[in-house]
Design a protein around this ligand. Structure first.
Ligand code: BTN
Length: 252
């Protein structure tokens, strides 16, 4: 792989991506931060701002999990007008999948609600945080990693491990353009994009829905509405906002 693009060149490269955008106008490039989400808050970002970090040391994922990124991942937070909460998780997943596919040349999978998978391993994740003043959808994508800490071995994969020799700044540029494009995309088209990559359909999984655990074969996922599963007692509809997929860490 050629030398990576130095951070001094990131603003110019990312500003070129902003020129293709309607929603995003300004990028903050930070050398090191705990989390681009917290950096965005400290910067008092406005709708249309984007925050990226060369090194993210304390990234977080959904449901209080940590997100490993360091200097090998792409970490990006977008600032958007508040009040679009329902669609943002889907928009983030579509943007991340499109960006990954642009560099891989093959289709990736989306695991509901918004994890991006390739070869059954996690490539990227989406986190949406909100306040009354701002929505902060964020994407973390694994780009340069070739080794993983023990807890992520056999769980995560990077673009490089999938054969894409791409610089992180080019992935960030794709994510900016991809997010802008997904925001402008018609809802039905977002849903169809999701369904074409849904890797859970037909699979039997355990869900927690309104404080009860329920297992069933997934018949259909409507990403903004809910999941239809087939249980031993018949078909059950799980509303998206009140249900989540349980994984091995919940079951231990
Ligand atoms: C998940 O899969 O649980 C979501 C991961 C989201 C990680 C990104 S990296 C940029 C932003 N800053 C963070 O601290 N988290 C998100």
């Amino acid at each position: 792989m050629s030398e990576s693009v130095p951070i001094e060149h990131w603003p110019k490269r990312l500003e070129a991506a902003l020129e293709q955008c309607d929603t995003f106008q300004r990028v903050h490039v930070i050398r090191e931060t705990d989390s681009t989400q917290d950096a965005a808050r400290r910067l008092n970002v406005l709708p249309g701002d984007v925050v990226v970090a060369w090194s993210q040391t304390g990234g977080r994922g959904r449901r209080g999990r940590s997100w490993s990124s360091g200097e090998e991942g792409a970490a990006i937070t977008f600032a958007i007008e508040p009040g679009q909460s329902e669609r943002l998780a889907l928009i983030g997943a579509v943007a991340a999948a499109r960006a990954a596919e642009e560099h891989l040349g093959v289709q990736v999978a989306i695991k509901w609600p918004n994890d991006i998978y390739a070869q059954d391993l996690k490539l990227a994740g989406v986190l949406v945080e909100q306040s009354d003043a701002i929505s902060l959808p964020a994407i973390g994508m694994n780009v340069l990693q070739t080794t993983w800490p023990p807890e992520l071995t056999d769980k995560a994969i990077s673009l490089r491990q999938l054969g894409a020799e791409v610089d992180r700044v080019d992935v960030l540029a794709s994510l900016i353009v991809g997010m802008d494009h997904a925001i402008q995309t018609d809802e039905q088209e977002l849903i169809e994009f999701f369904k074409a990559r849904d890797c859970l359909k037909g699979v039997t999984r355990l869900f927690r829905s309104e404080d009860r655990d329920i297992k069933g074969r997934i018949l259909c996922i409507e990403p903004l509405e809910g999941i239809l599963i087939e249980t031993e007692a018949g078909e059950v509809w799980l509303p998206a906002t009140k249900s989540r997929l349980l994984d091995s860490s919940d079951i231990l």
